[in-house]
Design a binder for this molecule. Structure first.
Ligand SMILES: [Zn+2]
Length: 261
């Protein structure tokens, strides 16, 4: 079946007939995800969830195009684990900036950065791009979108290869998840209360923080929980993409034009 929102799978014949309003760019990471999830997890999450978002938005009439996924992310603090592949933030920013320039040239003036990795931080880039491009760039860290339902779906909070990420992985690429190898995802405390409480921030050296690269207990994960979380997440982002597609860029965009100071 044809997937007309996937740029990698369509031809010039199709593209030249179309007008696109919104591009979606998934960005992931290549790093260990405990003993039970694959190195590609963050890139798979971003690419597959963005695909579901674009499918739904397209079906609702959005003029959306899904760009190929960037599979690398910012991972200096995980390089204590073998085959963690790091790309510095400034390198990643430069790639995104060049893609923004390409979109601008092609007249696609709305872009959703669909981020799948906590180490990638694009807020600084958004500020840097402001006033320097006609493209309206918005950032979505997908795992935060359904944060308000997270506690209702999952029992054990964590932040890397945890119950939530594992459940989503079981739903999206279960054949690559090895639940029999999942451990408790326990973390080591530092010697400083300020850091353990979180108000003094550090970049965590992952090989000292964790036993197996996981943070959070994934053993209660299930495909069903993953599907529930995905449904809320995809529905919300697809609605946003459709609204973006329909929106006209005028002088008060993205603010409401009917609001008087
Ligand atoms: Zn992850």
């Amino acid at each position: 079946m044809s997937k007309p929102w996937r740029l990698q799978e369509i031809t010039y014949k199709e593209v030249k007939e179309k007008k696109y309003e919104v591009a979606v760019l998934p960005i992931g990471s290549t790093e260990p995800h405990a003993l039970h999830m694959p190195y590609g997890s963050d890139a798979f999450h971003a690419g597959m969830l963005a695909d579901r978002v674009c499918e739904r938005a397209y079906e609702e009439g959005a003029k959306v195009i899904l760009l190929p996924t960037i599979p690398y992310g910012v991972n200096r603090n995980l390089t204590g684990f073998p085959l963690t592949m790091n790309v510095d933030q400034k390198t990643l920013d430069a790639v995104v900036r060049d893609l923004v320039a390409s979109l601008e040239q092609h007249g696609i003036l709305k872009l959703v950065l669909f981020n799948g990795h906590g180490g990638n931080e694009f807020k600084g880039l958004l500020r840097t791009l402001y006033g320097r491009t006609k493209v309206f760039v918005t950032l979505v860290d997908w795992w935060k979108v359904a944060g308000d339902v997270r506690d209702a779906v999952f029992e054990k909070p964590g932040d890397h290869a945890d119950e939530m990420e594992t459940s989503v992985s079981l739903a999206l690429f279960g054949e690559l998840v090895h639940m029999e190898d999942a451990d408790d995802g326990a973390v080591h405390p530092t010697r400083f209360e300020a850091i353990n409480e979180g108000w003094a921030q550090i970049t965590r050296p992952w090989h000292l923080l964790t036993r197996s690269a996981g943070v959070g207990d994934p053993r209660k994960a299930s495909k069903e929980k993953g599907e529930r979380y995905i449904e809320v997440t995809v529905k919300r982002i697809a609605k946003f993409v459709k609204e973006l597609s329909d929106a006209k860029i005028d002088k008060t965009f993205p603010f409401r034009e009917d609001w008087n100071v």
